[in-house]
Design a protein around this ligand. Sequence first.
Ligand SMILES: Cc1cc2nc3c(=O)[nH]c(=O)nc-3n(C[C@H](O)[C@H](O)[C@H](O)COP(=O)(O)OP(=O)(O)OC[C@H]3O[C@@H](n4cnc5c(N)ncnc54)[C@H](O)[C@@H]3O)c2cc1C
Length: 400
Amino acid sequence: MTRDTETTAIEAALEALLAEHDPKVEAHHEFRGHQYDAGLAWVHFPVGFGGLGIRPDLQKMVERRLREAGAEGADPGSFFLALAGPTIVTHGTDEQRNRFLRPMFTGQERWCQLFSEPGAGSDFAGLAAKAIRDGDEWIVNGQKVWNTIAHLADWGMLVTRSNPQAPKHKGMTYFAVDMHSDGLEVRPLRQITGEAEFNEVYLTDVRIPDDNRIGAEGEGWRVSLTTLMNERSTIGGGGGAPKRGSGPIAELVNVWKALPEDRKSAAQKDHLMKIWVRAECQRLTNIRAGGNRKAGNPGPEGSTAKLAMAELNKELFELAIDLLGADALVGYDYTYRRPESLSTEGIEHGVRHAFLRVRANSIEGGTSEIMRNILGEQVLGLPGEPRIDKDVPWISVPRS
Ligand SMILES: Cc1cc2nc3c(=O)[nH]c(=O)nc-3n(C[C@H](O)[C@H](O)[C@H](O)COP(=O)(O)OP(=O)(O)OC[C@H]3O[C@@H](n4cnc5c(N)ncnc54)[C@H](O)[C@@H]3O)c2cc1C
């Protein structure tokens, strides 16, 4: 389809959807089900699987129009649909696409990500959770860690070591695991904010049907890259186009405006303006990157948005706390809780909470150091890091 026919197709699909379904009246998940059936869930997905086979940047038009009609966006507790959806549509079978995509999009089934392990974070390809084939099933044993909202999830994106004799990138296999399986235990981990937003997950003789294997046996690394690229671009805000001056920068400006005049210095104003300009440049860069994306999954350049956002958020909320001065030390609720939703900035709970929460932005979804490595090697073409374990059987690589 050409540019114009694609826009026309979206407009027609939107009109037909809204003529039959009123998002202000229908239950949230019901309306989203109809949105999926109309091909307006992920417009670039194939027809029949929540999409229309159209350029991904047109999704913004859909979201804008549906918000105007009164539809709410995805429940924040369904964050991982932005990772699991593209992974399943890219690497899954049609049966898996039919089974998983619709309930994931409606929010009736929530997902989490079971990648990191105590000995495998940045070096995720070194992971050890063992999967052994047993007829039509796999038996999985191991431990995962830092698993955001795993306590709410129905399904997990699980990556395992299925062939320890192969080099580390070659012997991994990816599954959709039922989080209610026997032998799967989710334990909370409390964070610096006081909340236990993430967890550790123990798998003891967990049985997974081979039908829930995503991609071929031993191809888990390739499948995981799709998840990771989408994660970086989602955390970095690469898919969206927020309004100018909105989001974290608005919080900082509010703190500034609320300060008595005698507490505002010229140096602080200068710092505020520099951060405002960085936030605006990042917003415009994300819009341009979204426009350049013709179809398919984001590439390594998605790491740009993730890196920029993580470093900006940390500096931005640091300044907010500096501006508040001694006031920043009071009025913080450190009550232990397991949240029902997810916000990588945490601004809903105020700047004190956000200051603590955004410390994690430069760790989650790959650290800032790893983002710089990816950008250096895959975008700028600089020489790669020495990787001495790349061609060695995983079993022979010393582990701590
Ligand atoms: C809030 C939060 C939520 C998370 N949610 C999830 C989740 O839902 N699912 C999941 O699977 N994981 C999740 N993670 C885990 C996250 O992906 C890892 O913490 C991250 O990849 C870093 O791994 P690590 O903690 O093992 O640190 P390490 O890899 O041990 O890194 C330690 C330090 O060494 C640096 N470093 C490591 N290797 C290199 C290198 N080659 N070059 C330069 N520097 C290097 C790192 O940048 C870092 O500063 C989450 C983490 C956080 C903080």
